[in-house]
Write a protein that binds this ligand. Structure first.
Ligand code: NAD
Length: 372
């Protein structure tokens, strides 16, 4: 029996409800395939502030770093109204997110954009574009470099206000994210689109050179260079052409929002952040849904747990190399959608609700676990 240590951050709002369902599904996987998943709960966000006065303690971070992977629900309270809202920025719940990403050295952010054919009504693109199967690609975004972290200044020059941001990247920063993207492409459809602005930016020219150097180690992967403005267009014109997209921090920030918008369902979108720490052959990563803590529906058994369940599937695939087990979760999610199970957020106002089995958080988790 193989055994995996998972640090679990349930967090705030709907976090505890959705993570409980992901654990339920992981346990079903463990039972079927003979794996043991050991969970250690740690606090982060508002619940950690309430208990320890800070959004993430050094002890909690140490447990996260010693684990094989971290599963996170969400943190934060109601924007503008929660008891944590007026705290200084470094003591708010969301500061826990930045602290854990930094403290775990997570430089590689993966955001899958998958349109489940059963939820095609939620996609704002035309039928003629999305076809029968829907689309399924992942954006790999560099998370710790580029213009968001480069030197900046605001000054007055000859009486004129002037602001400057800079976008530095060195070859090592580029190489490690590009290598991660090739590894991810090897675990998917072996097709990589590298997005840059090499017709204008020096950082992009260096990026393109590194991509072609790293590509030599991955002859099975087909590589294409795409200018960022063209990529933004292609995502709405023909998203089916993409398998893995890799790009720098700011381009990735913008393109991942566009990519999630074209899927239409926030409760379905998983995400992962990886660094370069390995425990044996397990790559340490943080797995979380793309949505927030949804305080408006917390504690009411209304939250959709599927994004968190799909994040657990990513954990199996990317941190634990358990590909068929990850696929079993994805297949089970597909099956419950085929069977008509829906939480309220994935039934559109324009749809006939009587066609579906409307369920709560817990029942959705039960249905996925039963289909493993
Ligand atoms: P949100 O994603 O929490 O909610 C936006 C809307 O989507 C709400 O109407 C909510 O009910 C709905 N929603 C979100 N997830 C859902 C789910 N699984 N099932 C059904 N409906 C769902 O965004 P927000 O309201 O802007 O932020 C709330 C809090 O979450 C804030 O404190 C914010 O800072 C925090 N936040 C945390 C993270 C994180 O932990 N990674 C990410 C984003 C926002």
């Amino acid at each position: 029996m193989s055994s995996f240590n998972i640090a679990v951050i349930k967090g705030d709002g709907i976090g505890p409800e959705i993570v409980t369902e992901a654990e339920k599904v992981l346990n079903a996987v463990g039972k079927k395939y003979g794996h043991e998943f050991n969970y250690t709960d740690i606090l982060m966000g508002g619940c950690s502030i309430d208990k320890y006065g800070v959004p993430l303690t050094d002890e909690a971070l140490a447990i996260a770093n010693a684990s094989d992977a971290v599963l996170l629900g969400a943190v934060g309270g109601k924007v503008g109204e929660s008891k944590w809202y007026e705290l200084p920025a470094n003591l708010r719940p969301e500061a826990g997110l930045l602290a854990i990403r930094k403290g775990m050295g997570l430089f590689c952010n993966l955001r899958p954009a998958k349109l489940f054919p059963q939820l095609r009504q939620a996609c704002p693109l035309k039928e003629s574009i999305i076809g029968d199967k829907g689309f399924d690609f992942v954006v790999v975004r560099e998370l710790t470099g580029g213009v968001y972290f480069g030197p900046r200044k605001t000054e007055v020059v000859d009486g004129i206000r002037k602001a400057t941001d800079t976008m530095p990247y060195d070859e090592n920063e580029i190489k490690r994210i590009v290598k991660s993207a090739f590894e991810i492409a090897m675990k998917r459809g072996k097709k990589l689109a590298s997005v840059d602005k090499a017709n204008v930016l020096d950082t992009s020219r260096l990026w393109r050179q590194i991509v072609s150097e790293v590509a030599a180690d991955y002859p099975e992967v087909t590589v294409e260079n795409v200018l960022v403005d063209n990529c933004a267009m292609q995502l709405v014109k023909n998203p089916l052409q993409f398998d893995v997209i890799v790009t720098e921090n700011m381009f990735g920030d913008i393109l991942t929002d566009e990519a999630s918008e074209v899927t239409g369902s926030i409760g379905m979108l998983s995400s992962a952040s990886l660094g370069s720490t390995y425990h044996g052959d397990k790559q340490l990563g943080l797995y979380e849904p793309s949505h927030g803590s949804a305080p408006d529906i917390a504690g009411k058994n209304l939250a959709n747990p599927l994004a968190t369940i799909l994040s657990a599937a990513m954990m199996l695939k990317y941190s634990f190399n358990l590909e068929k087990e990850a696929q079993a979760i994805e297949d089970a999610v597909n099956k419950v959608l085929d069977d008509g199970y829906r939480t309220g957020d994935i039934i559109l106002a324009s749809e006939d609700a009587s066609k579906f089995k409307k369920v709560g958080t817990k029942e959705m988790g039960d249905a996925v676990a039963a289909n493993i």
